[in-house]
Design a protein around this ligand. Structure first.
Ligand code: NAG
Length: 255
């Protein structure tokens, strides 16, 4: 039951986007959580956030610093965890007040806030509201320079079936590449162990209600260990060196 004007707008919109298949789209809120180009902004520093591992780097741990791009976008971490191969590296088009962005934005990370609450909610809630999470630089552009004062803005988005970034993984479970040595305060655990553990646990627990299940690829701190959810099981990936501890919630790092 759309008004004619709305229906017409929707029709034009569909035409303009028809070149690329839309994998997923939605309306919600955009926020910021890191920045590589401007580490200090809005009276805060992103230095620690930038050390957080991105969810799309499931085989080789990549921090936002290592991604070295402000165009990494975080989406509903539950949705991303369901099919990382479908979303990771795919181009994202943002519309603010009907204005489409032309930045080379791509899915690279999971956002927990973006997966909590109703996907159709149009009320901002820091604890859970649909949307995406950006770098400060990108949110500032999208908000016309008001990222700091507004914190979150209303957006709509389309994730296109257009891969503009490739995450090099080693799904067979080889040891982490030399990139991991950048984590000088951490010991990275070989993924092979984790995969074996996951297979065992998954086949045993299939029929039970498992209170410890998690959304695939999401990260968390567990004591001084960075854990990643693999096969719905929290799996240790990085142990912080003696004297450093895990911080940063869903974007953890050793400090
Ligand atoms: C997040 O994704 C899950 C899985 O696709 C979906 O069930 C849920 O409604 C989404 N949440 C929000 C807030 O969009």
């Amino acid at each position: 039951m759309m008004f004619p004007a709305v229906a017409a707008a929707g029709f034009l919109f569909t035409l303009s986007a028809s070149a690329q298949l839309i994998i997923s789209s939605g309306d919600g809120f955009g926020t910021y959580y890191y920045d590589i180009g401007q580490v200090d902004a809005c009276g805060t520093t992103f230095a620690n956030q930038n050390k957080g591992g991105v969810m799309c780097s499931s085989a080789t741990l990549l921090s936002l610093d290592q991604m070295n791009s402000d165009y990494v976008v975080a989406m509903n971490s539950t949705q991303l965890g369901e099919d990382p191969a479908l979303y990771c590296g795919k181009k994202v088009i943002i519309s603010v007040n009907g204005q489409r962005s032309d930045m080379q934005l791509f899915i690279g990370d999971g956002c927990q806030r973006c997966g909590i609450g109703s996907s159709s909610s149009n009320t901002w809630n820091a604890e859970g509201a649909p949307g995406l999470d950006f770098s400060y630089t990108v949110l500032n552009k999208l908000s016309g320079g008001n990222a700091c004062s507004e914190g979150h803005i209303a957006i709509s988005w389309e994730i296109l079936d257009d891969s503009i970034f490739t995450f090099h993984g080693s799904p067979s479970g080889s040891t982490p590449s030399s990139e991991s040595s950048d984590f000088d305060t951490a010991t990275v655990q070989p993924l092979a162990q984790s995969v074996a553990l996951t297979i065992n646990s998954a086949s045993e627990g299939q029929l039970e209600v498992m209170p410890t299940t998690c959304s695939n690829n999401v990260w968390r701190c567990s004591g001084d260990v960075l854990e990643q959810c693999i096969g719905s099981i929290w799996t240790p990936r990085v142990t912080c060196a003696l004297g450093s501890s895990c911080q940063g919630g869903s974007n953890p790092y050793c400090t």
